[in-house]
Structure formats: C-alpha cells, structure tokens
Design a protein around this ligand. Structure first.
Ligand code: SF4
Ligand code: SF4
Length: 381
C-alpha cells in the first residue's frame, strides 16, 4: 500500500477531478478576506499560489515574495482548522413542530425552518492540504468523538465520509512549534494521500496511506519516485523543522503545571488575558460545546442547538450560585493546564499539537510556549 510516486500539477488537478467524480466536495486552502480560509475548490487555480503567511503573536499577514512563486502550499495554518467540517460550530440536534392536535412532532437535525448543520446524511468531503500537526489534531478529536463515553455518531459519520490529503510543510511560521510537540512537520499517518511540494518544478512527491489513496494515485499520470525525489522531500521537511524557533519542553510539563495551581504566573497572564475565547475557537483540538433551546416567534417550531463554547466564558463553569472560575487567571489556568497536562490524563496525549494558532490569533499576543517556558524556569529556579 505504501506507494510513492511523483505527480505534476496536471495530475493534482486529476486527483481533484477524480474525487469530484466520486461525489466528494474538495475543500482546500484559499485566499479569503486577507487570510487563508478553507473552502470547496474546483481546481488547482483556486489554491493560494505564491502566497506566504507572516505570523507572530497577535499578528497575521498574507504576503507575496517569501516563497517560490509557483508554490501552491507556501502558507502554513490559517485561522480556520478542519475541525469546522468534522465538528461544526453550530448543529441543530433536533427540531420539534407543533401538530394540528396540539402535540409536537420531533425529528433529528435541522428542518427547512431552522438554521444549522443537520446530523443526517453527511456529504462526502475531501480535505486537501492537511498539515502534519492537523493530522494529529484530527486524531485527537477522533479519540474524543469516535470512542469512549462521549462518542458522537454525527462526528463518526462525517469522519467516515472524509478523504484526507496531507501536504507536508516546506516552511514554518514564526508561531509554529510542531517539531517540539512531535506532531510534524513530516506526515506519518492519518492520511489517504500525502504530498510534498517541489514548487520549482511543479511536482509533488505523493505517498499513498490507504487502499483508497493508492487507488486514487493509480488513476492519475505519475512516475516512480527516485532516491533523489525522496531525499528532496526529506530536505523540504527538515527545512521547515529547522525554521521553528518556538518550543515547549514537554518533559514533566504535566507535573509542573498540575503542581502549581497557585503560582503567581497565572495572575500575571490573567491580567493580560481578555477572556475573548479566540484561542479556543482557532484551536484544532478544543471540542467543548454548549446546548441551548430556541423557538420561532410563532411558537410553532422549536429546536435544540449545539454550538462551540469556550472555557474562557464566565457561563462555561456556571454551577449553582455562579461561576466557579470567576477570574481571568482561573480561566486561563484551566485552558492551558487542560491542554498540556490534564488532557494526558484523560486521553493519553497532549491536547496541543503545536500549530501556533492560539499565539497568532490572541489579540494581546499571549504565547502558550512562553507561559509554559516560564513554568519550567519557575520550577528549576
Ligand atoms: S493550544 Fe494553541 S498551539 Fe496548541 S493546538 Fe491549540 S491552537 Fe495550536
Ligand atoms: S489567551 Fe488571548 S486569545 Fe485566549 S482568551 Fe485570553 S486574550 Fe483571548
């Protein structure tokens, strides 16, 4: 099954066409509103050719001139993650409609009178351009939603209808730290097909990761990969790893965070944190939701909606008598300690894959690597 070939731009278009012919909506990075968004595409011409993203704490810009002008995957990760297609931001769980006899008829999912993503009949979707860190994020959400006590049949159905094409990074943003989290930049598993781009020659090293990936690869023009092609792909990924300047020392980070819930660092971060929740919205692994009920003005139709929630809101931890995390410091501590420590207890891995989104999209530039590093220093002092 592990079949490695070289394909060119025309063959990549052939991959997209073949997936479309099989009924897949092909979703890929596109330039949208001066950022990289993830949207359905019809061809390679929709990809962000020649664009790079310049990222820093609280800063994101798309610019030309930083990568090969032919690069179609010269950016890293944008504000959206694939999470939105597997675990949608808003889902109608059920709809109730008043009947002539005064009772209500309840049906699952959305109706034509409600908004939202229906639970039934997920569309076939192909993700093109999934980075290595995001493969790990999808694997983390799989563990949460496909097994265990909180398995979500809607997620499982969408996941089963998803074809994954990974693209290994040839560059890193200033905010990336996947190498430290051992989630990238090489794509090792969790894909149907993995590509490494050679933009200077309009080609890709293509590796099948599943039977259906091998079948798709076999359906387009290709040539066998040479040792030079494979070495060039490894050099591409090594360059992306070497560009990363941020890191988290994961040695004993779980114990360090769990042992210091009263440390003054939480207060100093809490003084900066706006509790806006951006970090949780952009994070590809955060999965918390809230459920609410609503009805139309006539009272004829009601529905129950599940929407992304954030542990940074006061209402998130509202119990009898009020919120149990009243301060910004308490809410930041909850988020970061869950990500890097308690997640390991719950799910067996870190909840952070090092994508750097929470650093870039934090309006005040709070940097999870810097805060984690401060705890390391605090313990060592
Ligand atoms: S915590 Fe930050 S760096 Fe880690 S996966 Fe979430 S958004 Fe990415
Ligand atoms: S850490 Fe930054 S992004 Fe997260 S809630 Fe605080 S201010 Fe918002």
């Amino acid at each position: 099954m592990a079949q490695t070939s070289v394909i060119d731009d025309a063959a990549l278009q052939g991959v997209i066409d073949a997936l479309a012919a099989q009924g897949y909506a092909v979703i890929a990075p596109v330039v949208r509103d001066d950022a990289i968004g993830l949207e359905p595409i019809s061809g390679i011409g929709d990809l962000p050719r020649g664009w790079s993203d310049v990222q820093a704490p609280g800063r994101y810009r798309l610019e030309q001139g930083h990568c090969d002008p032919g690069a179609r995957f010269g950016t890293t990760v944008g504000p959206q993650s694939w999470k939105r297609f597997l675990h949608p931001p808003r889902q109608v769980l059920w709809t109730a409609r008043r009947q002539a006899d005064g009772g209500f008829a309840v049906s699952s999912g959305a109706s034509d009178t409600t908004e939202g993503h229906a639970e039934t009949a997920p569309r076939r979707q192909a993700f093109l351009g999934v980075r290595a860190c995001e493969l790990h994020a999808i694997a983390i959400q799989d563990r949460v939603f496909r097994s265990g006590p909180f398995a979500d049949p809607g997620y499982a159905a969408r996941r089963a209808a998803t074809f994954v094409i990974a693209v290994e990074c040839g560059q890193a943003a200033e905010t990336c730290f996947c190498a430290a989290m051992q989630t990238g930049p090489a794509a090792s598993s969790g894909f149907d097909l993995a590509l490494t781009e050679f933009p200077e020659r309009g080609e890709f090293l293509a590796t099948a990761g599943s039977e259906r990936g091998a079948a798709l690869l076999a359906s387009v023009p290709r040539r066998p990969a040479t040792d030079e092609d494979i070495a060039a792909a490894r050099a591409t990924v090594a360059r992306a790893a070497a560009m990363q300047t941020r890191t988290i020392d994961t040695t004993r980070i779980r114990e360090r965070l769990q042992a210091q819930p009263q440390h003054p660092l939480w207060e100093s971060v809490g003084e900066r944190c706006l509790t806006c929740g951006n970090c949780t919205m952009v994070c590809p692994t955060c999965f918390c939701t809230a459920v609410s009920d609503a009805s139309d003005l006539s009272g004829e139709t009601a529905w129950r909606v599940r929407e992304w929630d954030s542990c940074f809101t006061l209402s998130f931890s509202h119990l009898h008598g009020g919120s149990v995390r009243r301060t910004n410091a308490a809410r930041y501590r909850q988020w970061m300690t869950h990500k890097l420590a308690n997640w390991v207890d719950q799910f067996g891995t870190s909840g952070c894959v090092g994508c750097g989104r929470c650093i870039t999209w934090c309006p005040v530039g709070i940097d999870i690597t810097e805060v984690a590093g401060a705890f390391t220093v605090a313990e060592d002092a």
